[in-house]
Design a protein around this ligand. Structure first.
Ligand code: NAI
Ligand code: MG
Length: 338
């Protein structure tokens, strides 16, 4: 079987880390039919638009994409392509696993998967200023929209993820004590769905501010976590921080029409083109893509190859204190993944 996948190398270090990631994916023995497409600044330079129709069409056809980071111009310029893709393909679930890789850090046993609702809540961006007297910006007003259907599908996604990946517990994170409707609805639906999985997946719920503290004090108590958009945005970065920052963090954006896999970090313009970027996060994102395709064994093999290359072989890129180039690291991981 050959998998049709849209490949977007992206900007900055994107092409370098994507090259090595493709090498590792192919080393597993799986076969891919890569449809390489442009997005971001590289797309603007080549076609005049940051998200060409051909890219959107390719993702629509394949329903699976592996994407490099895209540079977003600050202030002026085009809107975020990442947000555009999220809307276009209704990518309602953002999944961020965080697992301790390097020993000797602050936490030894972190293994958390955070599932964030990606389309609703305060981030829908329905906001305006209210004029008072002659001050046109006297009051800022914003609306959070949370739907029962949206809560259901994200919570269900989290429980199904737990089942598929043999994880024992889902924690529902909310602020229903204060936000009785928008967060109250999420908690109510969350508890209903938790009932359906009783006996198969354990669950509990926790208020978001306490969760932020518990993550720092006792992160081992968490397994899968599920929460609404803004809480998830904040907690997912906190969770990455627990295991040493964004350098090793992969992510997935999954929707009804497509799933897009990428590293959490950006295009790292400061080191682009130098051949020193760490491709680990992109490789771990590729492993999540294989999970999604049902290739669980190959996915695990890639994860193990990355960890063993870093920990057992001590082959590390500069950001992890080593001297390996992107290519040397990639070659080492590919050897182990084969
Ligand atoms: P960044 O993540 O690109 O870089 C932050 C720091 O981490 C830099 O010092 C960089 O050299 C280092 N770094 C990042 N990834 C690395 C890797 N794989 N190996 C070694 N070092 C690495 O964040 P920054 O500088 O805020 O953003 C740069 C550009 O990336 C911006 O245009 C931003 O909009 C875009 N961006 C895109 C994302 C995406 O497409 N998913 C996500 C985050 C940022
Ligand atoms: Mg964020």
């Amino acid at each position: 079987m050959t998998y049709d996948v849209t490949l977007i190398p992206g900007d900055g270090i994107g092409p370098e880390i994507t090259d090595q990631t493709v090498k590792v994916l192919e080393a597993t023995g799986l076969r891919f039919n890569w449809d390489e497409e442009l997005a971001g600044v590289s797309a603007v330079e080549a076609t005049g638009t940051p998200l060409p129709d051909a890219t959107v069409e390719s993702i629509r056809k394949n329903a699976v994409a592996l994407k490099g980071p895209l540079t977003t111009p600050v202030g002026t310029g085009f809107r975020s392509v990442n947000v555009g893709l999220r809307k276009e393909f209704e990518l309602y679930a953002n999944i961020r696993p965080a697992k301790t890789i390097l020993p000797g850090g602050r936490f030894e046993n972190v293994d958390i998967v955070l599932v964030r609702e990606n389309l609703e809540g305060l981030y829908i961006g329905v906001e305006h200023f209210v004029q008072i007297g002659d001050d046109p910006r006297a009051v800022g007003e914003s609306m959070a929209i949370v739907t029962r259907a949206g809560c259901e599908r994200i919570v269900r996604y989290a429980f199904e993820y737990a089942l598929k990946h043999h994880r024992g517990k889902v924690t529902i994170v909310h602020k229903a004590n204060i936000l009785k409707m928008v967060s109250g609805l999420f908690l109510e639906v969350g508890r209903e769905i938790a009932q359906e999985y009783a006996g198969r997946v354990e669950s509990n719920d926790m208020i978001v501010d306490n969760t932020a503290m518990q993550l720092v004090l006792r992160p081992e108590q968490f397994d899968v976590m599920v929460t609404t958009n803004m809480f998830g945005d904040i907690l997912s970065d906190e969770v990455s921080g627990l295991v040493g920052g964004l350098g090793l963090a992969p992510g997935a954006n999954v929707g009804t029409k497509a799933a897009i896999f990428e590293a959490v970090h950006g295009s790292a313009p400061d080191i682009a083109g130098k051949g020193v970027a760490n491709p680990s996060a992109q490789m771990l994102a590729a492993a999540m893509m294989l999970d999604h395709l049902g290739e669980l064994e190959c996915a695990d093999r890639i994860r193990r190859a990355v960890v063993d290359t870093i920990v057992a072989d001590g082959i590390r890129t500069r950001d992890l204190g080593g001297t390996a180039s992107t290519e040397e690291f990639g070659r080492a991981v590919a050897r182990r993944a084969a």
